[in-house]
Design a protein around this ligand. Structure first.
Ligand code: APR
Length: 246
């Protein structure tokens, strides 16, 4: 049975579709992945850039790297994959649980987005936790909060916990999903990589969209080796066709 037949057979039961996305969905927007062939962690030491210890040791160095990533992201736009997910929310209860910090799901119009690893757009004070929303360029490095302390990227670094409310809600949505689409993630980082198992335990159909197999491909009902910007519009069109036949 292929994925279209499986979804058609279960269509009346599919009310909530949950997407779990990673860097791969933004690859076709010009944003590098972390572990793919051009991946950021292939050319940089994550432990020297994406940990609180690295930041405390050399905030200037970490900020210069994040500022380069922010510039790339400010010049990027949602691709057909992000847009297809946003379009699907007109037909179903759609929730997006993303590991990405680029804000492209929201930019594409997705309304129910949970940013598991924070976002690179806003900045957070290392002292008073003030969130600075509008930093596009810096007059000084590292940027300072109005309280005088250093601002940091509002992302979750290795070894840090996910925002509690975001994680709690993500588990709930995963357990309530009737269909979970896992897009553009190597599924090697915890706890995000537990979400498909939570969904599966609760009877969800699992589909993985990734040009490469991942460590969890065997857990999927369907593992589709395609690029997301190509596959997701086709996926949404098929669901529209099935819905029109019902
Ligand atoms: N469409 C779909 N998938 C793609 C595409 C594409 N066009 N291009 C690449 N991919 C896949 C790659 O095959 C890879 O499996 O996207 C995946 C990206 O994996 P990673 O680079 O490991 O990114 P991700 O899974 O999001 O990393 C998780 O690790 O470093 C931390 O916090 C960082 O959120 C990140 C987390």
């Amino acid at each position: 049975m292929n994925w279209i037949e499986k979804i058609e057979d279960n269509f009346s039961l599919i009310k909530k579709i949950v997407f779990v996305t990673g860097a791969g969905i933004s690859h076709e927007s010009g944003i590098p992945t972390f572990r793919g062939k051009d991946g950021l962690w292939r050319n940089h030491d994550a432990m020297k850039l994406a940990t609180i210890d690295a930041f405390n040791e050399n905030p200037q160095f970490v900020w210069e790297w994040y500022n380069e990533r922010r510039k790339n992201i400010f010049e990027s736009f949602p691709n057909k994959g992000h847009q297809a997910i946003a379009e699907l929310q007109e037909l179903f209860d759609v929730v997006v649980l993303t590991q990405n910090v680029d804000g492209l799901h929201k930019k594409a119009g997705s309304r129910n987005v949970y940013e598991l690893h924070g976002d690179i757009i806003t900045l957070r004070c290392t002292n008073c936790d003030f969130i600075e929303e509008n930093f596009s360029e810096f007059s000084e490095f590292p940027p300072k909060c109005r309280c005088g302390s250093i601002l940091r990227p509002n992302v979750v670094w290795f070894g840090e916990s996910l925002p509690q409310q975001v994680w709690r809600n993500s588990i709930i949505h995963a357990s309530e999903s009737d269909l979970m689409i896992i897009v553009g993630t190597s599924l090697v980082v915890s706890p995000a990589n537990t979400l498909p198992l939570i969904a599966k335990e609760n009877g969800s159909i699992l589909m993985e969209i990734n040009p490469e197999k991942t460590e969890m491909s065997a857990e999927m009902d369907f593992s589709i080796q395609e690029k997301s910007a190509k596959f997701l519009p086709e996926f949404v069109n098929e669901l529209k066709k099935i819905k029109s036949r019902k």
